[in-house]
Design a binder for this molecule. Structure first.
Ligand code: JFZ
Length: 417
């Protein structure tokens, strides 16, 4: 891996994080794009601001749920596309402090997650549908994109950029050490220096030298020589790349897939299309097997609670990780061909075989002939009988299928198949 990704490596050992989309859009409860999709004006959206009162908001319970789920970091929307700020920004009145909530909700989040030993990340939307100086008419996602009355509206985009940079400065000055900055997102010609991205990155690095930044400010993270704002990791969305990510020079690029639990990021009251714990565990294994992280999303409701369905999934994944976490944390790709029955992950001289599809008969470990020192079932530590050097006759079913941990004395040196 290229040396410039060194600051990303500690985060990439964590492998599993919690994404939280939360804001005024939890009240209409039709997802965080509701303003754009339904062309909702500022005036029509204003009642949600006036009534926002998440009486059950208790970020300590969120943090406990994340911890029990085995998640090592979290990323919360400090401001989403609707422009509403969960933090007490001095640069806008459009913030939680001025709603019935009456306080800085981000401060409580930071303190609660820190207290549980979970790394803290800020999602911050580059797009802003509230700010007067953000292009509205003709912008393909803005709620007012086809409202003629916005056609000749005067705006000064630099004023928006000053605001946006100023808010990032606030976020990275007022809350102690922040681990991740997650910008979202560039599109069309709204990318790179359009955001004054070099200047922004320089400011961020001066405030938080170790912070890890996503790649959505633009630039080309795949280029060997890329822009300073091209990001510290690649962020595929709702997709796990088929073979991991390498740049133009064939070097591995750190990446993190972000995935929803149902079909929306923000709270949606009727979307019951939840993934199963088994699917989520397999997605996590899949990411790790290709050197990636999984950022799994929840959308708390207007009262401030994570939906029960999501909590149940998190708990089930956590129960699996409690026993099988050694095959995830600090693990990455194994230099072996992708097996037919599932996926490998590896850390040092330990190879982990995640058997998704047991099939009939023995499990074949291609390319491992003579190299298996011993095999143990990771979930309970029990001995597995490897009948010959290339197959094991025992397995146990777990949520993700049979699970075998093969511990070899000096496997890595021998793993060049
Ligand atoms: C963005 C947001 O619009 C969305 O609400 C959510 O916050 C998500 C995590 O990020 O959605 C995107 C951003 C980029 C792409 C697709 C959806 N993209 O590049 O294809």
């Amino acid at each position: 891996m290229n040396a410039r990704f060194e600051r990303t490596l500690p985060l990439m050992k964590d492998r599993f994080g919690l994404f939280i989309h939360w804001g005024l859009y939890a009240i209409p409860a039709r997802g965080e794009w509701v303003r754009s999709q339904e062309r909702i004006t500022n005036e029509q959206y204003q009642p949600y601001f006036e009534e926002f009162n998440p009486v059950l908001y208790d970020p300590r319970s969120w943090a406990k749920a994340a911890k029990a789920a085995g998640q090592k970091y979290a990323v919360l929307t400090t401001k989403h596309h609707d422009g509403f700020c969960l933090f007490d920004s001095q640069l806008t009145e459009y913030k939680a402090t001025n709603t019935p909530a009456g306080r800085d909700l981000i401060r409580e989040y930071v303190e609660a997650f820190r207290a549980e030993g979970i790394k803290v990340g800020f999602y911050y939307s580059l797009i802003d549908w509230y700010h007067d100086d953000y292009p509205a008419y003709g912008d393909r996602q803005h709620p007012m994109r086809d409202d003629e009355s916005f056609k000749d509206k005067e705006m000064n985009f630099d004023r928006y950029l000053d605001y946006m940079h100023g808010q990032v400065r606030e976020l990275l000055t007022n809350y102690g050490k922040i681990d991740i900055m997650w910008f979202d997102f560039s599109y069309d010609d709204m990318t790179g220096e359009k955001w004054r991205a070099t200047e922004l990155i320089q400011m961020i690095r001066s405030l938080q030298p170790d912070i890890v930044i996503d790649n959505r400010l633009g630039g080309n993270i795949m280029a060997k020589e890329h822009e300073i704002y091209a990001g510290d990791f690649f962020s595929p969305e709702q997709i796990i790349p088929p073979e991991g990510i390498v740049n133009d020079a064939g070097e591995a690029i750190p990446w993190e897939a972000c995935i929803t639990l149902n079909d929306h990021w923000g709270y949606h009251s009727t979307d019951r299309n939840y993934k199963s714990p088994r699917q989520v565990i397999r997605a996590l294994v899949e990411c790790v097997s290709k050197n990636g992280n999984l950022l799994l999303n929840v959308g708390p409701d207007a009262k401030g609670e994570i939906p029960q369905e999501s909590l149940d999934i998190l708990a089930a994944v956590g129960a699996w990780l409690h026993r099988n976490g050694d095959s995830i944390y600090g693990c990455g790709i194994a230099e072996l061909p992708k097996p037919e029955w599932g996926r490998y992950t590896q850390r040092g001289n330990k190879l982990y075989a995640h058997v998704f599809d047991r099939g009939i008969g023995p499990i074949y470990f291609q390319g491992l002939k003579g190299r298996i020192k011993k095999a143990r079932l990771l979930s309970d530590g029990s001995e597995l009988h490897v009948q010959t050097p290339w197959m094991a006759d025992q397995y146990s079913d777990t949520a993700s299928g049979a699970f075998i941990h093969i511990a070899g004395g000096d496997l890595p040196d021998e793993l060049d198949t």
